[in-house]
Ligand binder design. Sequence first.
Ligand SMILES: [Zn+2]
Ligand SMILES: [Zn+2]
Length: 120
Amino acid sequence: MTHYICMGGCGGVSEESGICEADGCANQYELLEECACVDGKHGKKEAVEDVLVVKDSNGTKLNDGDDVVLIKDLTLRGTSTTFKRGTKVTGIRLTGNAEEVDCKLGGSAIVLRTEFLKKV
Ligand SMILES: [Zn+2]
Ligand SMILES: [Zn+2]
C-alpha cells in the first residue's frame, strides 16, 4: 500500500501525503516522499555490501580463480622484486575490498590492486 515517508532521518511514516512535523528532523516541514514498499524498508539499504563487484582496469568483472595480467611493472613493497608488465597471474582470490585481490606471484602471497590488472 502506498505510504509517505520522511527521508530526513526522523523515520516518520504516514498513510497520507503531507509534511514532516518532527521537531529537529532535517526535513521538518518538507513534503513526505511517496513510497510503495511492502517490506517496511522504504527501498533503502538494499544489501549492497553483499554484492561486492570487483573490476579490473578495463571495468571487466573479476571472479575468484580468474587469471589476469599485470598492465604495469610492479615492485613488491619492501623488496627489490619487480613483476614485469604482462606477467600472468593465475587464480586470483577476491578480498573484502573491491580494489584489491589476493594472489600468488613468484612464490609469495601478495595483494594486487585491481587497477593494475587486466583479465585474460
Ligand atoms: Zn522527518
Ligand atoms: Zn515504504
